[in-house]
Write a protein that binds this ligand. Structure first.
Ligand SMILES: NC(=O)c1ccc[n+]([C@@H]2O[C@H](COP(=O)([O-])OP(=O)(O)OC[C@H]3O[C@@H](n4cnc5c(N)ncnc54)[C@H](OP(=O)(O)O)[C@@H]3O)[C@@H](O)[C@H]2O)c1
Length: 252
């Protein structure tokens, strides 16, 4: 039997590169996948269609997770349409490239948008989904943060801080939602062939590949496989695992 048969999974930002890979992996394992997006409806529908074409179940849901009311409505909708939720993957995020030394460019509005999307929303989603995730006693949350949340780097100070917060939110929720819900986190470094990675200057991407002790960085499939491992585990909670090809700076 498929490992996730009869499970329902919400993957936020599944119109994106990594979220799409996670949604497909969970769909292939038998989960009924709810593909989240904010604007890219065609991409979300393509992800859902891929899952359906291989015999899986998938629907799409539009959610601007900066809006707390939209989160409430989304979970209400899931309760009505699916009646349960076993897996929440907090994958959606927003970033903008602002070099760390350019402090003046990091305005309060940008700071708020990054923190609302990348940190407040995963908390609100977990809070709102808690009763559904706890109902069967075997719920899972997987947060997707970044190696930039461990070492000071990545697209901006706000992004780096939002992901550091998400790493710690993982540990706090693992305590708060036990024993019914396991909460874990993946902190990717550069992930090859993603639009987010392609927006990096060549020198930054090349530097990441060079520093990786394995001589290569992660792929979307590596992240998706780790999500599947977390959501099929029964004894792991509060953990942050880095997937970056083995970067000395992120070995803490
Ligand atoms: N790619 C990398 O190298 C890398 C490295 C480290 C960490 N990460 C993390 O991995 C995750 C996925 O990244 P990715 O590369 O797949 O990025 P991506 O392709 O840019 O996807 C981002 C996703 O987030 C969604 N999103 C943005 N703002 C939102 C909002 N307000 N409400 C709901 N959804 C929103 C987007 O929806 P729409 O498509 O509808 O706009 C999209 O689906 C993120 O958490 C990112 O920080 C990525």
């Amino acid at each position: 039997m498929a490992t996730l048969a009869n499970r329902v999974a919400l993957v936020t930002g599944a119109s994106g590169d990594i979220g799409g890979g996670i949604a497909r992996r969970l769909g292939a394992a038998g989960a009924s996948v709810i593909v989240g997006y904010v604007g890219a409806v065609e991409s979300a529908e393509a992800t859902a269609a891929d899952i359906q074409q291989t015999g899986g179940q998938a629907t799409t849901v539009q959610l601007d997770q900066r809006d707390p009311d939209a989160i409430d409505n989304c979970l209400k909708q899931i309760r009505e349409t699916h009646g349960r939720l076993d897996i929440l993957v907090n994958n959606a995020a927003w970033n903008i490239g602002i070099p760390f030394p350019d402090l003046d460019a990091l305005s309060p509005d940008i700071w708020d948008r990054v923190l609302e999307t990348n940190l407040r929303a995963p908390f609100l989603l977990a809070r709102t989904a808690a009763s559904l995730l706890k109902a069967d006693g075997g719920g899972h949350i997987v947060n997707i943060s970044s190696a930039g949340g461990i070492s000071p780097g990545s697209s901006s100070i706000a992004y780096s801080c939002s992901k550091a917060g998400l790493n710690h939110l993982t540990r706090c929720l693992a305590v708060a939602m036990a024993p019914e819900v396991q909460v874990n986190c993946i902190a990717p470094g550069l992930v090859e062939d993603t639009r987010m990675a392609n927006r990096l200057p060549d020198a930054v991407a090349e530097g990441a590949r060079r520093q990786a002790v394995l001589g290569k960085v992660g792929q979307v499939e590596d992240i998706a496989e780790q999500v599947h491992t977390f959501v099929t585990s029964e004894s792991v909670s509060g953990q942050v695992i880095v997937i970056d090809g083995g970067m000395p700076g992120a070995m803490r």
